[in-house]
Design a protein. Sequence first.
Length: 438
Amino acid sequence: MKKVLVISYYFPPAGGPGVQRWLKFVKYLRDEGYEPVLYVPQGAAYPVTDESLAAEIPPGLTIYRGRIVEPSSIFSSGKKISAGFIDASSGKKGWKSRLMTWVRANVFIPDARMLWIRPSVRRLKKILREEGIDTLISTGPPHSTHLIALGLKRADPHLQWIADFRDPWTKIDYFHHLPLTRWARRRHFRLESEVLARADQVIVVTPSMARDYRPRVRGRLHVITNGYDTEDLPDSPPPLDEKFTLCHVGSLNADRNPYELWEVLARLRAQDPAFRDDLRICLTGNVSPAVFETLRKNGLDDCVQHIPYVPHAQVVRSQHAARVLLMLMNRTPDGALYIAGKLFEYLAAARPVLLVGFAHSDAADILRECRAGYALDFSDREGLEEALRNLYRQYRLGQDTGRETDPQSEKYTRRALTARLAREVLACPPEHPSPEES
């Protein structure tokens, strides 16, 4: 089988959403005739870990681990943080925290994993030669992985480089919060543009990202979304929650705080004693204090259950047990660019989805395509109330117990997406010669 090097920051024992995409690609690539060879960090400060995911690593997989030094562990005072950039909300804290945020935003570019770049390039030159590999894939964020690949491409222009963007770089939801100097902002844009121009092929996860990146990509540009793994689905679905449970899985930061939804729920509770007794809001994952404060102000704190983190298998079961799954988008200028990975697991759960954010977006289009629920704008209080009344009525009448997935969702299985990766990306020659050859 042809070997392909995959450079990824996230890999088990890392938990959370960032690990899922390439863990699943690696899981199924052998079925498509490719042998993945992994390069991942040793000693990474992952924000969450999930030891259970190690069971999904294919037997005999070659994994090289490169020691990483992360200044994030210093700047966060021992607190584990998410990859990519920083916790921009720290700017609201004391001067020491603001100073650390400024340093991390303007010195550690593109992210706090930048110290991993040079030693990785040196080591991977040897690994590529010894393994006889001529195709490499970098996946980010953190985007330091792309700069490792860029260094290898500069050293050997004949390497075929595929850059996979799970999220945008300079249009990531928190980028506009960062206290960036003009120099740092320009450097981010320059590095992003160089990666897009030098990669032989670029993969993004949404059509909107593809439209945004197209002018700067010299090679082939592909859209391969995230998806769901049928092997993750429970053998027998768990019983549905007795309460009218609205379930959100994943990080719920201040930009995703759906205060209009909380207001509508508070009004419905005030109007209907039965709704008041039946409503339960389950939030699994990191939740911003601003969200809890909004819930408290709306008198909803008594019906909220918060679960900071659970293994992925338990997350899947909670999705299948929920009465309604909440899909909350970022209230940011580029929020419509995103399709959160959880949307595809929601489709697999075959429970009604209530999307609050951008009614005209890629995520909303998929929801409608698969006839999986409601897609409403943030400010559409009337639409939110109507949707919630309909969902609650179905719950009370016992008409929300169906668990059949729409056939349209089958193209989002991890097996199908890996087959596309092999057929449309790995099997295709680059569309242009490397700059040194042209």
